[in-house]
Design a protein around this ligand. Structure first.
Ligand SMILES: Nc1nc2c(ncn2[C@@H]2O[C@H](COP(=O)(O)OP(=O)(O)OP(=O)(O)O)[C@@H](O)[C@H]2O)c(=O)[nH]1
Ligand SMILES: [Mg+2]
Length: 482
């Protein structure tokens, strides 16, 4: 019916305009009509490096296209009410971007020895179409079937952490980052770099090779913070995952001690560092933000609290700060009919504590409570602006299953069972209860927390399992499928 309407409009336009213009107008009219009838949304899958973005997108596509039944996704209304006709991935509009490597990810997950997909090295996209029977509103009056298009993008999590740099000039960035280098948990690794920086004469004429040498040291330090300390605020993100920028001079900058400096000598080392920082913001961060991060309708922020808990109080606290900094760079607010057409805003946001299958079932709610306590203030402000915000513990792809073990007294204890990644052994493990709020250094248990990682685990018939992916879909998409 909709298509008939569009075709009628476009044939009348066709008769008045030449065919190229008519085609363009028809395409734009199509897009506008689809957006206005809520048939097209862009879902922001947001999360720092290793938070589970690629696994989430893979699981979403797999579950909706292959296992969309009431047993598997009972809390997704369009499925529970038997209105979903089918879902499939369809050709994307963004022709310059690579397509999300869904088949490749699936072949790792479902291989002979199931393994996680590779870490993402460049931006890519995927378009998913859900064909369904509308059951209310204007759509159900004019059409028997409707299609919801969902656009998703995946990118290296490291690049996300560049967004807060958009609101900092070089001096402010240096002050923030130099301060961090002097604090724990960075301080114990930063000494060598700080000593080297003290030997750099900032006012001297530019010495390219010295700048390159220090930039290399800074890069090695960032890599160490990522790998060993699992820290989040690591800037610039392209130093870790350069994409096409490997070796580009614009990546060769680092924070310096900016204190009490009044002027910058032209042609000096400092002038060069500042120029590179500004070029990085203008040529890398700004286009990334403007092209991909301004037009979202819905958002899921995946948070890996369990790795942060395993690392310690500092890492957990930094993750909270990073989420706060990040939120400032998305557009939130109520999205009215007209706003949706021209400047979409995120009107539903889900904070998801991911990888909850690393806990026994009774502790899932504790994980959600912990995440809630971290994002409480941001949540309050967003709700005030009319955004619907939810917090949930979930798992896109289960790596463990729950088993019951009897203790010495014969009491049943719920443990998890899976193939642990570090040892490669199948183990039965009793995970600790996560704290229900952020503990201070002083309150942190002496023995710390330990949540080992596991390889993905398939069902007996070779399918992926999830925890609450149906709740996630209902919250983010349910109202668009009425
Ligand atoms: N148990 C469990 N582990 C998960 C899940 N999702 C991701 N993981 C683990 O987290 C790691 C990172 O997942 P990815 O999906 O690659 O994370 P990402 O956010 O895409 O990471 P980058 O591409 O580096 O930004 C995986 O290799 C798994 O070890 C999940 O749902 N359950
Ligand atoms: Mg990824």
């Amino acid at each position: 019916m909709l298509d008939k309407l569009l075709n009628a409009v476009s044939s009348s336009i066709n008769s008045q305009l030449n065919s190229t213009n008519a085609k363009k107008i028809k395409h734009q009219a199509h897009q506008l009509l689809h957006r206005s009838l809520d048939q097209h949304i862009t879902l922001a899958v947001t999360g720092f490096s290793r938070s589970g973005k690629t696994a989430f997108i893979t699981a979403l596509v797999e579950q909706l296209t292959k296992s969309a039944d009431k047993e598997n996704l009972p809390f997704f209304d369009v499925i529970q009410s038997e209105r979903l006709i089918a879902a499939k991935s369809v050709p994307q509009d963004a022709l310059a971007l690579p397509t999300f490597p869904y088949k490749h990810a699936l072949s790792s997950l479902k291989g002979e020895f199931p393994n996680w997909p590779d870490s993402t090295k460049r931006i890519n996209t995927l378009r998913l179409a859900l064909k369904y029977k509308p059951n209310s509103g204007i759509r159900s009056q004019i059409t028997d079937t409707s299609t919801l298009i969902i656009d998703l993008i995946d990118y290296p999590g490291e690049w996300l952490m560049d967004l807060p740099m958009l609101s900092l000039n070089f001096e402010q960035w240096c002050q923030q980052q130099f301060e961090l280098l002097k604090q724990n948990p960075r301080a114990e690794y930063s000494q060598e770099l700080l000593e080297k920086l003290a030997t750099l004469d900032l006012d001297a004429p530019v010495d390219e090779s010295k700048l390159a040498e220090i930039a290399q040291m800074y890069k090695a330090l960032l890599q160490r913070f990522k790998k060993d300390s699992k820290l989040t605020i690591l800037q610039p993100g392209r130093m870790l995952i350069p994409g096409d920028l490997d070796g580009a001079p614009l990546l060769m900058f680092f924070p310096i001690n900016f204190n009490e400096r009044e002027k910058i000598v032209e042609g000096s080392n400092l002038a060069h560092l500042k120029k590179r920082y500004q070029a990085y913001i203008k040529e890398v961060v700004t286009p990334f933000y403007e092209n991909y991060f301004c037009r979202f309708d819905r958002q899921i922020i995946l948070v890996d609290l369990l790795t942060a808990l395993t690392q310690g109080a500092n890492v957990l606290a930094e993750q909270g700060r990073a989420i706060e900094q990040l939120i400032a760079h998305f557009n939130y607010g109520q999205s009215s009919f007209i706003k949706r057409l021209f400047s979409p805003k995120i009107d539903k946001l889900l904070f998801a504590a991911n990888k909850s299958d690393h806990l026994s079932t009774e502790h899932h709610k504790d994980l959600a409570i912990l995440l809630n306590s971290i994002v409480q203030q941001a949540k309050n402000e967003l709700k005030f602006d009319g955004v619907q915000v939810e917090t949930m513990a979930m798992s896109s792809i289960c790596a463990t299953k729950v088993v019951e073990v009897k203790d010495k007294s014969g009491k049943a204890i719920k443990c998890i069972y899976g193939k642990e990644m570090q040892s490669g052994q199948w183990i039965t493990y009793l995970p600790a209860q996560p704290p229900m709020r952020v503990l201070s250094q002083h309150e942190w248990p002496k023995e710390g927390f330990s949540f080992p990682e596991f390889y993905p685990q398939l069902t007996f018939d070779n399918n992926l399992r999830h925890i609450r992916l149906d709740h996630v879909c209902e919250f983010l998409l349910g109202d668009k499928l009425k």
